[in-house]
Design a protein around this ligand. Structure first.
Ligand code: FUL
Length: 636
């Protein structure tokens, strides 16, 4: 009896000890890497995975054809005749976007909902006899189409009587509360740092703590956008180009949105050792301006331009917020929507064929040699499985062997950002049989959530991702290799209407300043050539004949770091002696952040043989300014 009991007992013990030995040797538990530096919250991570969504600029400016309304516009101008937020949402959805962010209140203070804290709202407009609520219609449409809903509210308000006094802060918090408590979940709260009132000495001390608390009280999950986050940050330009080096960390202590923001160069690159996780969002418009204008119908970005923006935003560790401004009917214009569909087809095609699907991977170092961290995790499509190196390894490599030689021109890498952003320098290399060496194909600095490298078409069978510098052991969760077309032309692209003047400048002559031949470049019809003018000297041009002018155009240098005219006077004359002012102390709104062609329309046509453009203030505050081209508008 005793023996009969002992024997099975002996086998059971043997079996269990054997399986313990077996299981520890096969899947020995190896600690995951400790997080490095600041890391994203769960909501920031969810936000980052959205990648691409729509910005909508809509309001009185849509009807008055200006980029910044001054708050004095008649609210009755806001009257879309056929507004359809479902059309916006459908287009966003079909374009592969994940959300819509709407300018609920731009700098003119006009509220797209009937706010009880303002008298400049849809209620005072003609739209739906003052009974409409655009935020209601758009938030409902977003729900219907499975899109997230976000709101832009400009703290700078040129309409509210309390602006410029401490009282305004509570007014702004109240308007925020209306928007954030009244329309369901808000994924992103957009705070614009722009403020054009500075030169008038009107400056509001914003109570950012109050604003942030108001957001979190009503929308605890919202990601707050501003120059310095705290949820996500402005990229520092409005061209759609994120820094090639782009850390999602940023030093924010002591900084504020707007005037107190870090330099734009820092915003585009982030801070390598930044104290907070404030990833970049790239905002850019599909048209030259943020608001719709019939004059930009022929200037919708080409498919190639949009694709380049995709590479320089999503492909550089940034989300893309693409502005698509609805027209005066309240609809997205057919050209913009056709272009978006072509762009979305490109994105789908891009990700369709990962050439690494049947590749074999060999990591030079794998964390604890544990299967949990092996390189094949890079190809399994599971976001939460990753390849990681040992703690003391900060430079290492992954060798990639394709089943056969392939041609490719794009490489995608993702770091597993829940554990922080680590890689500071890397290269993609191909194996050169003849020299028995690795040739560098492309190099990069940061990776972050997603990095796409572009390089000319190359054919190879063996590649190496060489991680040269990492702030802590590298942790990657995805790599991919693609072969895509270098250039695309959308079927919807109409003949290039990006002409500079509506009449030829052959008969024109620059009367002053007389600073040599180079001044002629400002009327030569080429935006690539221009002139730098000192001492804020005014420009006088003889048009060679009397014309009926409807307005004029000014093209500055396309770089925000070069001085552009910001405030100016504009005069016309029939004889070059007696000057009639047509614009006094006028302002090119937003020219600092978005230095594009400025089209200025006069209140009524004027006859002129001479024009005089007199700068008052430049974007950089000095006495020098740049003119790439100056032109006139004779046809509308
Ligand atoms: C800027 C604003 O001044 C522009 O009008 C636009 O809203 C852009 C998105 O932000 O700061």
């Amino acid at each position: 009896m005793y023996k009969r009991f002992l024997l099975p007992c002996f086998y059971t013990i043997l079996f269990f000890s054997f399986s313990i030995v077996l299981s520890t040797s096969c899947s020995r538990y190896v600690e995951p890497p400790a997080p490095y530096g600041a890391t994203p919250t769960a909501h920031q991570l969810e936000w980052q995975k959205m990648e691409y969504y729509m910005f909508i600029h809509f309001g009185p400016n849509t009807f008055t054809d200006v980029e910044w309304g001054d708050g004095k516009e008649d609210p009755k101008v806001f009257n879309p005749t056929n507004l359809d937020c479902r059309q916006w949402a459908k287009i966003a959805k079909d374009a592969g976007m994940k959300a819509i962010v709407i300018t609920a209140k731009h700098h003119d203070g006009f509220c797209l909902w009937p706010s009880q804290y303002s008298t400049h709202t849809v209620r005072e407009s003609l739209w739906k006899d003052g009974k409409g609520d655009l935020l209601r219609e758009l938030s409902d449409a977003c729900k219907e189409y499975g899109l997230k809903f976000g709101v832009y509210l400009s703290p700078w308000d040129q309409n509210h009587p309390t602006y410029g006094s401490p009282e305004y802060n509570q007014v702004f918090a109240n308007t925020l509360t209306e928007v954030l408590a009244g329309y369901g979940p808000v994924f992103e709260q957009w705070f614009d740092g722009a403020n054009g009132d500075a030169h008038k000495g009107k400056r509001q001390e914003y109570d950012w703590d109050l604003f942030h608390n108001t957001v979190y009280t009503h929308q605890p999950h919202a990601v707050i956008f501003s120059d310095v986050g705290p949820g996500c940050r402005w990229m520092g330009n409005e061209k759609g180009i994120a820094g090639e080096t782009n850390w999602s960390r940023l030093n924010i202590k002591g900084f504020e949105p707007g005037f107190g923001a870090p330099p734009t160069d820092t915003l585009s690159k982030g801070n390598i050792y930044g104290e907070a996780w404030v990833p970049a969002e790239t905002d850019v418009s599909i048209r030259p301006g943020w608001f719709y204008s019939p004059r930009t119908d022929g200037k919708v970005k080409t498919l190639n331009e949009l694709i380049n923006i995709y590479y320089s935003s999503v492909g550089r560790n940034s989300n893309l917020l693409l502005n698509v401004p609805p027209d005066r009917k309240g609809r997205i214009h057919p050209t913009d929507s056709a272009r978006l569909m072509e762009f979305s087809r490109f994105i789908d095609l891009f990700y369709k064929n990962n050439l690494l699907e049947r590749a074999s991977l060999r990591a030079i170092n794998t964390r604890g040699d544990a299967p949990a961290y092996e390189a094949t995790n890079l190809l399994n499509g599971d976001y939460n499985s990753y390849w990681a190196a040992d703690d003391d390894v900060t430079s290492t490599a992954i060798e990639i062997t394709l089943p056969q030689a392939q041609t490719f021109n794009r490489f995608l890498i993702q770091e597993y950002i829940p554990l922080g952003q680590r890689v500071a320098k890397f290269a993609l290399e191909t194996w050169n049989e003849s020299s028995a060496n690795w040739d560098v194909l492309a190099e990069g600095t940061t990776i972050g959530y997603k990095r796409i490298l572009r390089f000319p078409k190359t054919t190879a069978k063996k590649l190496r991702l060489n991680i040269q510098e990492s702030l802590a052991c590298p942790v990657l969760n995805s790599i991919a290799l693609y072969d895509v077309q270098e250039s695309y032309k959308g079927k919807s692209e109409i003949a290039d209407e990006k002409r500079l003047f509506d009449i030829s400048s052959d008969k024109w002559n620059v009367v002053s300043p007389q600073v040599g031949e180079s001044i002629k470049r400002i009327i030569d019809g080429f935006i690539q050539t221009g002139s730098s003018i000192l001492q804020l000297l005014p420009i006088e041009i003889d048009l060679g004949e009397t014309l009926s002018l409807k307005g004029f155009t000014y093209i500055p240098s396309n770089s925000s770091s070069e001085p552009a005219i910001m405030r100016y006077n504009f005069y016309v004359s029939e004889d070059g002696k007696e000057w009639i002012p047509v614009k006094k102390e006028a302002m090119f709104n937003n020219i600092k952040n978005n230095p594009i062609q400025q089209d200025v329309l006069f209140d009524a046509p004027v006859n002129a043989k001479y024009i005089k453009f007199e700068p008052i203030e430049t974007t950089l505050g000095g006495l020098e300014y740049i003119v790439a081209e100056l032109g006139v508008i004779t046809k509308l």
